[in-house]
Structure formats: structure tokens, C-alpha cells
Design a binder for this molecule. Structure first.
Ligand code: KIV
Ligand code: ZN
Length: 388
């Protein structure tokens, strides 16, 4: 099996479902262009039947994008599929993404149909979508809570009907990694014809497991990961594109690779955050403002001696300019010396002995000691002036 993992970005569909994050067509086009430069394999551009605005966005993205597959979501409903096909008609590589719920929870209390009807509707939807496009992805909504034996029956039937990709969403973010990995393995081992389709992960983050579940899915046979920039999405969000890509890249022994230009990660993260008016938590992995900031004395000392002591990613690798040493009341002498040296002053040991207690006094009264504070300290304790 090929070890190339395809990245299916759904920032513009599942990500955009977040309240307050709705985008207009122009904003979506800018993000779609950046996703193409980032190197994603598939862009899920929207849910065309959901509104005229979304239809327009999918249509314009389909015209604009050259390399990635452009995908439109639909329910397993004739009207949705026809509208999705219409929105995708200018795409160089169109894909219709259709499906329905498969868990007992969804089948009996949402759809209110039988399991046999789920299979019939899924097969009919795939066959209908195949009339418009060759590339049809089927999603088994709430697969995370679906009994594996029934899930295998559904997946086998839709592949026989022509599905090229089978998406196994953990819609409610319920699974833990071992469980999700076993689910994918069960399908690999039990579905006749599974080799004809790509298995896709689509994990939500309700228990904070989305990235781990996606990686375990890949280890067990999935070769497409559905994800969003900054992990945005319904409730606790989707799998973060940047986390999956960097986890695979950093663990070379896993022997998987993606087509992502990792240096573009931080710029697109900022673009999505600003355009969607969705701030990034400071401690967010890879793209948070603290992801490459060191503030405690022990870490700062180790980092200054050798970056690899406290960083597993070179910030430049993901497009972040540089790491930072943040001065706080928990910082040590090594960090203070380092930051003052950056300002152009090489302190002797005796000078540092004089400056350090003054620094702690200032630090105890402020959250972060800035360059201006250092300038004042150097001037008052050593009569050294610094140009900022
Ligand atoms: O989470 C989910 O199940 C989905 C499907 C519509 C693919 O977003
Ligand atoms: Zn989803």
C-alpha cells in the first residue's frame, strides 16, 4: 500500500459551520488559493444545496482551483446531489461527497429508518452521484459509534456501487485512538473490494483525540485525512491539519508522507484566523503564539545551549520566523544574558550579578519583561544606554 497520505481540507465546509465564521465568496476564494499553494490534495469547498451563497462559492472555487480535487457535500438526497453536481461542473477534478448516518443512534432516532434502508439509500446516492462525476466519496455519519459489522456491510455496498473514497467519520468525537484504529483495521480485513477505495478519516475533537485518532487511522490503513486549518469546526472542532502533517513528518519511522509545503502552515493559519474572526488559543500546537516561546529558567537555559533540548520542530519549518525567549519572573540568568546580548550589550558576570536582582524586582510586578524594561534596568543599574 502506498504511504502517501492525502490531505482533504474541510476548512471551507466543516470549519465554516462554526457560528460567527461564515465567509463570503471572495474570502473563500482567497483561502482556497492559499490551500492550493499549501499543497492540499482535496478542498471541500462547501455544501452547495445549503444556501445560494454556498453554491456560488463552490462554483467559483471550482473555476479557480487547478490542482486539488474540489469537493462538494450533499446528503444522500437527489436534490442535494444534483445541486452539488451543478456547482462542481467547472471543476477540473470534481468530487461529490454524499452519505448518511449509520450508527443506531442516527438510524433509529434521527433518520427513523431501518438498517436495510440505510444501505439502500447509500447505494442509491452513490449511483446517482456517479452519473455526474467519476470521483464519489461516501460518508458513514457517526461511524465512530457504529457497530463495526454493520459499518462493513454499508462500506462494502457503497464500494460495489462505485464509491472511490469511503469516509469513516467520528462525527461526535467519541472514539479513543485504539478503538478508532481497530475500526479502520476491521474494514480493511472484512470488506470485500476495500482495495478499490481509499479509506478516509474524519475525526472531531470532543475528547481532544482528533489528531491521535486520525494518525491511528492512517497506521491501520486509511490514506486520506480530513482536517481543517487550526482545527476549527463544529463544537470542539475537527482534526488540525497542521498537527497531523507535522506528527507524520516528525515521526519518520512511521514512513508516511504528505504533499504539504509545511513552510506555508503559519501564514495560512493566520489568514484563516483573521478571515474567520476566530482567535487561536496561545498554547495551540504548532501555530499558537506560545508554540515556540520559552519562559521558564530551566527550559530557557537548555534551549539556549541547544535548541533541540526543548523544541522538536524548527519554527522556520512551519513558517514561524523564530523561537522566542520570554522574560518573566520564572526566567533565569542565562535567558536574561541572552536577551540583553540581542540588544547589543555583552554583560560580564559581575555586571549580570548587578542587573539580575533588579530584573527580578521588575518581573515580579509585571507579566512579561519587555525590551523597554531592559533598557531602563541597564540605564539605572550600569548607566548603559541602548537604542531600541
Ligand atoms: O462529521 C461528520 O460526520 C461530517 C460528515 C458530513 C462528513 O462532517
Ligand atoms: Zn464533520
Amino acid at each position: 500500500m502506498d504511504n502517501r497520505v492525502k490531505i482533504f481540507d474541510t476548512t471551507l465546509r466543516d470549519g465554516e459551520q462554526v457560528p460567527g465564521c461564515r465567509l463570503n465568496t471572495q474570502e473563500k476564494l482567497v483561502i482556497a488559493e492559499s490551500l492550493e499553494s499549501l499543497g492540499v490534495d482535496i478542498i471541500e469547498a462547501g455544501f452547495p444545496v445549503s444556501s445560494p451563497g454556498d453554491f456560488e462559492s463552490v462554483k467559483e472555487i471550482a473555476k479557480l482551483v487547478k490542482n486539488p480535487v474540489v469537493c462538494g457535500l450533499s446528503r444522500a438526497v437527489q436534490k442535494d446531489i444534483e445541486v452539488a453536481a451543478d456547482a462542481l461542473k467547472y471543476a477540473k477534478r470534481p468530487r461529490i461527497h454524499t452519505g448518511l448516518g449509520t450508527s443506531d443512534q442516527h438510524v433509529f432516532t434521527k433518520l427513523k429508518i431501518t438498517r436495510e434502508q440505510v444501505i439502500e439509500r447509500g447505494v442509491a446516492a452513490v449511483k446517482m452521484a456517479k452519473k455526474f462525476v467519476e470521483d464519489v466519496e461516501f460518508y458513514a455519519e457517526d461511524a465512530g459509534r457504529t457497530d463495526n459489522e454493520f459499518l462493513a456491510q454499508v462500506v462494502e455496498a457503497v464500494i460495489a456501487a462505485g464509491a472511490t473514497v469511503v469516509n469513516i467519520p467520528d462525527t461526535t468525537g467519541y472514539c479513543i485512538p485504539e478503538e478508532y484504529g481497530q475500526k479502520i483495521k476491521y474494514l480493511v480485513d472484512n470488506v470485500k473490494g476495500i482495495e478499490k477505495a481509499t479509506i478516509s478519516t474524519h475525526c472531531h475533537n470532543d475528547l481532544g483525540m482528533a489528531t491521535a485518532n486520525s494518525i491511528t487511522g492512517v497506521q491501520n490503513g486509511a490514506r486520506q485525512v480530513e482536517c481543517t486549518i487550526n482545527g476549527i469546526g463544529e463544537r470542539a472542532g475537527n482534526t488540525s491539519l497542521e498537527e497531523v502533517v507535522m506528527a507524520l513528518k516528525k515521526h519518520k519511522w512511521l514512513d508516511f508522507y504528505t504533499g504539504i509545503n509545511t513552510k506555508d502552515i503559519y501564514p495560512i493559519s493566520q489568514l484563516v484566523s483573521h478571515t474567520m474572526r476566530m482567535p487561536i488559543q496561545p498554547n495551540k500546537a504548532i501555530v499558537g503564539s506560545n508554540a515556540f516561546a520559552h519562559s521558564s529558567g530551566i527550559h530557557q537555559d537548555g534551549f539556549i545551549k541547544n535548541r533541540d533540548n526543548y523544541e522538536i520542530i524548527d519554527p522556520e519549518e512551519v513558517g514561524v520566523e523564530k523561537s522566542s525567549i520570554v522574560l518573566t519572573a520564572r526566567s533565569g540568568r542565562a535567558a536574561l544574558y541572552f536577551r540583553i546580548k540581542v540588544l547589543g550589550v555583552d554583560l560580564s558576570k559581575e555586571e549580570l550579578d548587578l542587573v539580575y536582582p533588579k530584573f527580578l524586582e521588575v518581573a515580579d510586578h509585571s507579566q512579561i519583561v519587555e525590551d523597554q524594561d531592559l533598557k531602563n534596568i541597564l540605564s539605572s543599574t550600569l548607566a548603559i544606554s541602548v537604542n531600541l
